[in-house]
Design a protein around this ligand. Structure first.
Ligand code: SF4
Length: 466
């Protein structure tokens, strides 16, 4: 299978297929999706964590820290953010977060080397340079960062000062992800995000002067006011600035979850076929400029570790998106942060007041999650392979879980037959192989293996797949 996505003219993806597969479905940052999390007792979660502490191989960890603060809410935002907090409340939160960093070491063995640390939000660079210094010095005192660990942080160029960038670099951050979204001033005004090309260029210059060799741009398509000419102009500017990675996210319109998104509906969202055309046209620009297509919404330069991971089929996916960390458990810290450790998902309290209060009582603020069954684990692995590497080696998968693929997946394969007929994938006793066209519909393909979709039937819980 070729690792790169064949550039496709928008008109070549059959409009009938786009219409047929434009349904609501999960984005599979986890399986089962987080919509199935429910209240859990911490002891049940800790018992599953304990099993992983006892492992003698594969002990690596990935840490995620959530900084929920933002100066202003962008109208497309789907993250867990809080705006308008006073300095004292921010300090209370940071103090609680440091406490959580300490308490977690009692449940997850802190001798496990941390191969990845990711900081997201909200806006991590909302914090001052002094707050950044204090928080990460504290973390380094409790957890062991492996040599060569990847330390990544999301940056909002609007609030990135030289001092803050320097503080992050000093703490060892070596991957920076810049929230760009779009370069069109009119689109940015509509979504209430006032940021200019100049701010982005300044941040980039600072990062490169500091020797940072891994920079990602986040972009969104499907916003009001976006058209082909504007998106191509954004894509051209991106190509000129040459980040190592590009995440081109489909705007997820879920106003029943995020009420502020209703304003975008009033401003006029692009029709599904226009949205698909924007994605394919921008993709084409990135591919022509030498980027490779990774998973469903990422692009990377050929020597980037994500592109390498796709080539050697070791790409993975977690709550932060695509990653190279095969087999790493993820410990999430901070309000709303999700952990995925062994066979347990768990999530911290989304209510920032309750989060701070629980920690003040000396307890970890886990409130909900999901304990995976054997079937969940088997299917999670299969979906990860499909979503990340577009290929499942059925012999290896069967051997790993001690089962017979043709028996275990008989119903799934029957469900997939129409998708095979539509040219989205190929099935054989040896492998499941997603075609180039199928990559565009990867969420729909994964849905055929999802045992929880029936429970979702009739509920408006997911964004549209196309
Ligand atoms: S800066 Fe990022 S996290 Fe904050 S509101 Fe905007 S999109 Fe959401």
């Amino acid at each position: 299978m070729s690792a790169a996505f064949s550039p496709q003219d928008p008109r070549q993806i059959d409009a009938g297929l786009r219409e047929k597969y434009d349904v609501r479905g999960p984005r599979y940052t986890s399986y089962p999706p987080a919509t199935h999390f429910h209240p859990l007792k911490t002891a049940e979660v800790f018992a599953r964590w304990q099993e992983r502490n006892e492992l003698t191989t594969d002990p690596g960890l990935s840490l995620y820290l959530h900084i929920p603060f933002c100066r202003k809410r962008c109208l497309f935002c789907g993250c867990h953010t809080v705006v308008g907090k006073k300095e004292a409340e921010i300090e209370d939160y940071l103090s609680a977060l440091r406490h959580e960093i300490d308490l977690a070491t009692e449940q997850v063995n802190p001798a496990r080397p941390v191969h990845q640390l990711a900081v997201g939000g909200g806006t991590p660079n909302f914090l001052s340079a002094a707050q950044i210094q204090r928080l990460f010095s504290h973390l380094r005192g409790r957890w062991q960062l492996a040599d060569e660990a990847e330390l990544s942080v999301e940056i909002n160029p609007r609030t990135a000062t030289g001092e803050k960038i320097d503080a992050l670099v000093e703490q060892g951050f070596n991957r920076f992800s810049l929230g760009i979204q779009d370069f069109s001033p009119a689109v940015l005004r509509t979504v209430r995000r006032d940021q200019g090309l100049m701010e982005v260029e300044e941040v980039l210059t600072r990062l490169r002067a500091q020797g940072i060799g891994s920079i990602n741009f986040d972009l969104i398509y499907g916003l009001p006011g976006q058209d082909l000419a504007g998106c191509l102009s954004t894509a051209d500017k991106v190509v000129q600035l040459r980040p190592d990675r590009i995440a081109l996210y489909s705007y997820a319109h879920v106003p029943w979850i995020h009420a502020h998104q209703q304003a975008l509906e009033r401003a006029g969202l692009p029709e599904p076929d226009v949205k698909a055309a924007l994605f394919l046209a921008m993709s084409d620009r990135f591919l022509s400029a030498g980027y490779e297509f990774i998973g469903m919404d990422h692009f990377a330069l050929p020597d980037d570790p994500l592109a390498q991971a796709l080539k050697n089929r070791s790409l993975r996916r977690n709550f932060m998106g695509y990653t190279t960390g095969r087999g790493l458990d993820l410990l999430g810290l901070g309000t709303s942060a999700i952990s995925s450790i062994g066979s347990a998902y768990s999530q911290d309290d989304k209510d920032i007041g309750a989060y701070v209060q629980t920690l003040a009582q000396g307890q970890l603020p886990l409130v909900r999650g999901f304990l995976l069954s054997h079937d969940d684990l088997v299917r999670r692995e299969l979906l990860l392979e499909l979503f990340c590497n577009f290929h499942v080696d059925l012999a290896a998968w069967s051997q790993r879980f001690d089962l017979k693929a043709e028996d275990y997946l008989a119903d799934d394969f029957a469900r997939l037959e129409p998708l095979v007929q539509d040219g989205l994938l190929r099935l054989s006793p040896e492998a499941i192989e997603v075609t180039d066209t199928g990559r565009f519909f990867i969420r729909n393909i994964c849905m055929a293996f999802d045992q929880y979709l029936e429970k979702d039937a009739g509920q408006r819980v997911y964004s549209r797949t196309v």
